[in-house]
Design a protein around this ligand. Sequence first.
Ligand code: NZQ
Ligand code: ZN
Length: 397
Amino acid sequence: MNGFQLSNTTKIEFGAGILERVGEIVKGYGASRVLLHCDGGDVLGKTGVLGKVRTSLIEAGIFAEEVGGVESNPKLEKAKEAIALCKEKQIDFIVALGGGSTIDSAKCIALGAVYEGDVWDFYGEAPLSMPQRALPVAAVLTLPATGSESNNSSVITKEPDLKRAVDTEFVRPVVAFLDPTVTYTLPAFITAAGVVDMISHIMERYFVRGCGNELTDQLCEAAMRSGIYYGRKVLEEPDNYEIRANLMYLSTITNNGVLAAGRDMDLASHMIEHELSGEFNIVHGAGMAIVIPAWMEYVCREYPEIFIKYATHVWNIPYDFREPESVIPLGIEATRDFYREMGMPEKLHELVPEEKLTDDVLWKLAQRVRRYHKDGTVGSIMRLDTQELFEIMKAVV
Ligand code: NZQ
Ligand code: ZN
């Protein structure tokens, strides 16, 4: 097992009805002048979710300003608009109400509100500045998917198409409110994309070279099997509390460090998808459904052991004692079948007009993929260079 640090400081407030206590609870964290930052659409307004949070803030005697209209793949400009408001109104606490996009945007605002320069300085692989502090953030989650509600990441798009992240403990929410009943209104496609995304976060922890960490291998396998089980169930019974509750808790544990303790991560598939969703503004989880099987096919021969384990432990494909590697394609096919069952696209051209998917564009994106190794490669099972990233992108068109 690798040495590790695990800081998991977000308090989880879980259960039906918890939104009525948002004001009282954030007040306990010192909130007196709040920015309420919300999703773009009007579903949360119409269903009364937004009203509940507003009322709870008023009842707690908290001054609140609102900035709504956060788009998926959240934009820097919207965050900057809110940063200016926070400075003008002396906001001391941010409450995000929405999915990963809104929570990530709230984290960006939290950094920018206490910084004199351009908040974009903190983003990307070569940041111009390192965060020194941020306003505290609370996350009221309405879409289980990214795990942003209890992690230290914020992913923002600088228009037209540059999607970049910052990872800093200053933005980890102090508290996350998880009421599974607010997810009943999620459309099937968005629910399914969320399930794919949460499973993909487990995969990027699971598909690494052996490090003697059987405990987290098994936790990852259990988490993937739960995601598959409840993913199938939720499309049949979208209003079932237990199903929604299991998915909501799963989203939170898949990306808050617990499943990464003592092991490497292979972030290549996410880094590829971020270029695709930055460029084409596609739904992140749907992008992951497209990229993952192609990535698996490309890298699996580099470390077959973990892909054999995946096929047999997650998909229950019988171990083949004479030819163990023969189960690898079966595991990948089972993954594709599951995504298909969940209504996810298999190829990029299902979401993006084909004329935009030229070799020139894909090469530009392959060059732009974020690298985290000094040799300019990305990935762990297999370190991918620009040509290899381009080949994976070509395979998903
Ligand atoms: O805007 P409206 O119309 O309200 O619809 C939203 C949104 O369009 C809808 N929605 C949310 N809650 C709802 C609801 N509709 C009905 N009922 C509800 N209760 O869902 C749509 C998608 O929301 P969004 O927040 O964009 O999705 P998601 O949570 O998947 O977030 C995606 C963003 O997070 C980033 C992605 O790259 C992408 O930008 N990620 C952030 C990560 C992190 N911070 O750790 C890690 C992830 O891997 C990911 O990269
Ligand atoms: Zn993701």
